[in-house]
Ligand binder design. Sequence first.
Ligand SMILES: Nc1ncnc2c1ncn2[C@@H]1O[C@H](COP(=O)(O)OP(=O)(O)O)[C@@H](O)[C@H]1O
Ligand SMILES: [Mg+2]
Length: 409
Amino acid sequence: MSSHQTEIANPFTPSAGHMPPYLAGRDASMAEFDRYLRQETVQTNVVITGLRGVGKTVLLDRLKPRSQQAGWAWVGSDLSEAASVSERNLATRILADLAPVSSFLTVPVDADPGLGFSREPRGGQIDVPLGYSALEHVFEHTPGLVADKLKAVLELVWSSFSTTSKRGIVFAYDEAQNLADHAQKNEFPMSLLLDVFQSIQKKGVRFMLVLTGLPTLLPKLVDVRTYSERMFHTIVLDRLSEEESRDAILRPVKNRPITFAKDSVATIIRLSGGYPFFIQFFCREAYDIFVQGWGKGPLPIAPLDGLIRKLDTDFFAPRWQLLTDREQDLLRQVASLDTCADEFTIQELTGARPSDGSRPFTSSHANQLLLALCRKGAVYKTRFGKYCFAVPLFWEFVRRQARPNASPA
Ligand SMILES: Nc1ncnc2c1ncn2[C@@H]1O[C@H](COP(=O)(O)OP(=O)(O)O)[C@@H](O)[C@H]1O
Ligand SMILES: [Mg+2]
């Protein structure tokens, strides 16, 4: 890229998990996290929650080098649905995540050809590296339940890790709201994770859990194990303040030939509601508009309100189209409530005829639709049985969607 191109290249990153050019307003959260890196014995683990697009994944990315600087190794991944369906899948996930770190460690074992390790014996013992196959071997040969097997592996890794100069290991799991126990299938992966870490932490093993997910994550944890309330400290990520939003918008374009005028900044703050994803989105679009007009005389007055339409087609519409007609009807009903930006109840959605002329909902039907909407990630259920939109500003989009063939009131 020529320096001219670098100067005008668009710095904004409206895309899940992409580190923004400037991470605004998260210093306090990082300092809050640092406290738990200083624990002698791990008594508190960390949960990071917030709506979609608020910046959980990128914050987690930042916490990794911070933890490493503080002497912790860092392992972890995304908890997809597949990793979360069974206890065994979760255990396999953890072993696979741990192996890259543990493979630098060794444990002495009695030289026993039966084990199949091919190192030369040294005084009757050989040092075996703790790569994935060794972890798996210990896991499979430990008698008992999955929890016993996993504990045995983690304790073995710790027995070697604790002799290094490192402090401990952070186990970081993104999208942890995917974890759940499934009593009907007799699979309890969420309980497994909590029981195993609680048990080894009590024995002084310095392995710390950091879980991120939707705000429903902590209530879910507490539901399966009441001690979760004491086991986790929750860091809540929220929208950015006006000042922080301004930083997120202006810092990336500092010292560039193209920047945002005061009015544009105010408009972007207003339209984005301070939500990081939307700030990146509007900034990228507005910046592109400015670049096109650059060098052709005065900067164009950017039609920023038109950007809402772009956001609707690029971001909201694809999510909206995943919903059935009746799910959409229900969300229109939700969006018509004054309090929909906060939370809503089934009672508020049933009985009365919706103002858009669609058929009213029975409470069992509304319940069923809300479950489907939770599964699709559009809404989530709070601890107190109320519901919230999982995606910020979705309700504003829904209000913009007229019902097809709506009969005039
Ligand atoms: N503190 C922040 N300042 C500026 N932009 C941010 C900030 N946090 C996140 N972003 C941007 O917001 C978007 C969503 O971030 P992400 O971490 O994927 O959110 P989440 O994991 O909560 O869904 C990304 O485009 C990212 O670049
Ligand atoms: Mg994320």
